[in-house]
Design a protein around this ligand. Structure first.
Ligand SMILES: Cc1cc2nc3c(=O)[nH]c(=O)nc-3n(C[C@H](O)[C@H](O)[C@H](O)COP(=O)(O)OP(=O)(O)OC[C@H]3O[C@@H](n4cnc5c(N)ncnc54)[C@H](O)[C@@H]3O)c2cc1C
Length: 260
């Protein structure tokens, strides 16, 4: 069984800040991590490998420094790692990202493809479903449990107020949520091996046989007109004095504003 896991390297923050002048992400001083949902996806792939036997192939599209995310995945237990990196991939929207990733996926005879539900920087949750569409395979999103029965998966899919149980034949694409499992920490041995014995293979647009016009910024139908972070417009008010005075002032202010 071959399992592809698509991971994205993201800034380690839930509060992405935008440079007000250049309108790009401020990455300085923010360490990078594997996107949290993608770690759950990877953990599940490794668990399936341990229980049923499988090859876990981890793939990312990103700048050269995304190699560290792949090394961490290898240290956790992935078998092969591929870094899709090329100037022409830069500036991709979700459509161009999914298109590029689908070209890579087609190089393998896969049974399961795992993605995270959502990346904490881009936040769209579109790449997994778009990838399934590009590959013309069924998809189950928001996956919180996976069981294998022959060539079929029994998958629990989280809903707002419960879950669905879905039976689906492989090949299939699943998007993982944090309820799926608790990702393991890489062992010291695993970390050493990921750098000394394992290889991160570099893949370019030419390797994928992609027309540069179809990927990256040029191949992205989404055009970002403007990006801003909301400005804080309401200043807080601090009451001074003893507790009784502060409470009286607070109540008066709340009455004035018709809150109480
Ligand atoms: C015009 C434009 C330019 C942009 N330029 C950039 C840019 O230069 N750099 C940038 O990071 N973003 C850029 N973006 C944002 C870009 O759309 C998303 O970051 C990217 O396509 C993934 O979408 P997302 O982060 O919302 O992922 P989601 O759809 O939320 O991700 C879901 C899952 O898909 C998989 N996945 C997502 N991205 C990747 C990836 N790159 N490799 C492997 N698996 C992946 C992961 O499993 C992830 O959990 C740009 C957007 C636009 C519109």
């Amino acid at each position: 069984m071959n399992i592809l896991v698509f991971i994205k390297q993201v800034p380690d923050t839930n509060e992405v800040k935008i440079d007000p002048v250049t309108k790009t992400l401020i990455r300085e001083g923010v360490p990078s991590i594997i996107n949290p949902d993608d770690k759950n996806a990877l953990e599940e792939a490794i668990r399936i490998k341990e229980e049923y036997g499988a090859k876990v192939i981890v793939i990312t599209m990103g700048p050269p420094q995304a190699e560290t995310a792949l090394r961490e995945a290898l240290a956790m237990g992935a078998d092969e790692a591929y870094l899709l990196t090329d100037r022409v991939f830069a500036g991709a929207d979700t459509y161009a990202t999914a298109k590029t990733l689908s070209k890579m996926a087609k190089k393998f005879d896969y049974d399961i493809i795992f993605c995270g539900r959502q990346a904490i920087d881009g936040d769209t949750a579109q790449v997994g479903p778009q990838l399934a569409e590009q590959l013309n395979v069924p998809q189950v999103t928001y996956v919180k449990e996976v069981k294998i029965e022959g060539d079929t998966l029994i998958v629990k899919r989280a809903l707002e107020d419960g879950y669905e149980v879905i039976k689906v034949k492989m090949p299939v694409l699943l998007t993982a949520i944090k309820e799926l499992n608790t990702p393991r920490y890489p062992s010291i041995k695993g970390i050493f091996e990921s750098y000394r014995e394992k290889e991160v293979k570099i893949v370019t647009a030419a390797d994928l046989g992609i027309d540069p016009q179809e990927v990256g910024l040029k191949g992205s139908p989404t055009k970002v007109i403007s990006t801003t972070t909301p400005e804080t417009q309401r200043a807080g008010e601090i009451f001074t004095g003893n507790v009784k005075e502060c409470v009286q002032n607070l109540v008066q202010r709340l009455v004035e504003k018709h809150v109480i």
